[in-house]
Design a binder for this molecule. Sequence first.
Ligand SMILES: Nc1ncnc2c1ncn2[C@@H]1O[C@H](COP(=O)(O)OP(=O)(O)OP(=O)(O)O)[C@@H](O)[C@H]1O
Length: 225
Amino acid sequence: MLSLTDVDLGYSQKIILPKVNLSFKANEHVAILGPSGVGKTTLLHYLYQQLSEQTCLCSQAQGLVDNLSIYHNVFIGGLARYSRWYNLANLLLPFSKPQQQIAVLCQQLELAVPLQQKVSELSGGQRQRVALARSLFQQQTIFMGDEPFSALDPLMGLRLLSLIKQTHQSVICVLHDAELALAHFDRIIVISDGKVALDDKADQLSLAYLSQHYALSDVPKHDVA
Ligand SMILES: Nc1ncnc2c1ncn2[C@@H]1O[C@H](COP(=O)(O)OP(=O)(O)OP(=O)(O)O)[C@@H](O)[C@H]1O
């Protein structure tokens, strides 16, 4: 799907992760872990740039339009599928087909709020689910998420991860929750000290090992050996 060979990742004059070597195959569920500020988002955004035609990205910033309704924020994910005229008309008077599709999607995302409600009136967890719904409405084969469940309760996060896995061929997520990563992803990449410090199958790793070797947050104290 994608290989990085000695790629320098960063911003204009500032290299954050030098000479990154990684490859990604289709059908993988990959979690990217690491301490705050180490370059996980930088890596994810690079991957998105390379694979954008097949990928939806649910970013930390979300990019929701506060003054628009839930319906219109989710519909933005599908803009590229429709003509300019269809999109304009739908903005003024929503068509029934996308309305039904978005209603079903919001139900799957456990968003029990009227679709006409403005996003500015939602809680953090509801906003995160609108951002997820917009990503899913893109109907891409690859899902990339940057802490996509951070504002949700853990059980809801698990249910939504399961939905994302069912509806996408490949999943790549930046996470702070190492326990979630180990239990529900195939492969773990740890970014630490300016490099890819670990890249291994999740079933070869343990929470104790990760917490001993890397400064990961959200590792419960009782699991630290
Ligand atoms: N647009 C930008 N321009 C310049 N530097 C940036 C930019 N975005 C992030 N950085 C810097 O790049 C480094 C890595 O940031 P990044 O967001 O990739 O980290 P992260 O591991 O995702 O952090 P967190 O877990 O806190 O979200 C940080 O030092 C940050 O200050």
